[in-house]
Write a protein that binds this ligand. Structure first.
Ligand SMILES: [Cu+2]
Length: 202
């Protein structure tokens, strides 16, 4: 039974910030706190920057933990997930496993992101893509303080935002795991799909 829905800030001493909403669920005699993921438009600027920080931490500061992924070039935990997604492509897509497989993947990624920034309330936001379809919508993810812009028209290389590739080639989001089958185009970074496997060229 759902008891209430409120800001976590009203639970002093438990999870002391206002970043997420929660559901307080009564199961038998226990109260369970279930964090609720938000739409992008409902994220505050600090929430956006914390999410970006967590992604960059997994990409650059937390080492790969899957030996087979490391053997394929993964150097970080984020690379691990890109590798995992790429190698699960046929089993995790176009079938009944699609939803549960991705749900579990995101749950694990989300927990890793929380650990990376020591924030147990961080949640992966939603993109309501059926309504947030252009930059005039506050839920549009491809902005410079979140996923970055759409990228160059011809190369698709992202040039703005925290995941950009600079004109001199430097970047905080260097691609290490690539899809050999579709390697002709430029990079799809997180700006294209949160867990899209990535193509070389950035
Ligand atoms: Cu997938």
């Amino acid at each position: 039974m759902v008891e209430s829905r409120n800001s976590i800030s009203s639970l002093p001493g438990m999870l002391a910030n206002e970043r997420s909403t929660y559901l307080l669920i009564k199961a038998s005699s226990r109260l369970i706190i279930m964090l609720c993921r938000k739409g992008i438009k409902d994220l505050s600027p600090p929430e956006k920057s914390k999410f970006v920080e967590a992604a960059l931490m997994l990409k650059n500061a937390v080492s790969s933990q899957i030996p087979a992924a490391a053997a394929d070039g993964s150097i970080s935990r984020w690379d691990d997930y890109v590798w995992l997604h790429l190698h699960a492509m046929h089993g995790a897509h176009r079938g009944s496993a699609f939803l549960p497989w991705h749900r579990e993947l995101l749950r694990v990624v989300e927990q890793d992101m929380r650990n990376a920034v020591s924030d147990p309330t961080l949640t992966i936001p939603y993109w309501y893509w059926t309504t947030a379809r252009s930059s005039i919508d506050p839920g549009w993810p491809f902005v410079d303080d979140f996923m970055g812009g759409l990228g160059e028209t011809d190369t698709l290389i992202v040039r703005t935002g925290p995941f950009r590739t600079n004109m001199d080639g430097t970047s905080d989001w260097v691609l290490h795991i690539v899809d050999a089958e579709t390697s002709t185009s430029s990079s799809w970074t997180v700006t294209t799909c949160f867990f899209a496997y990535q193509k070389p060229g950035s």
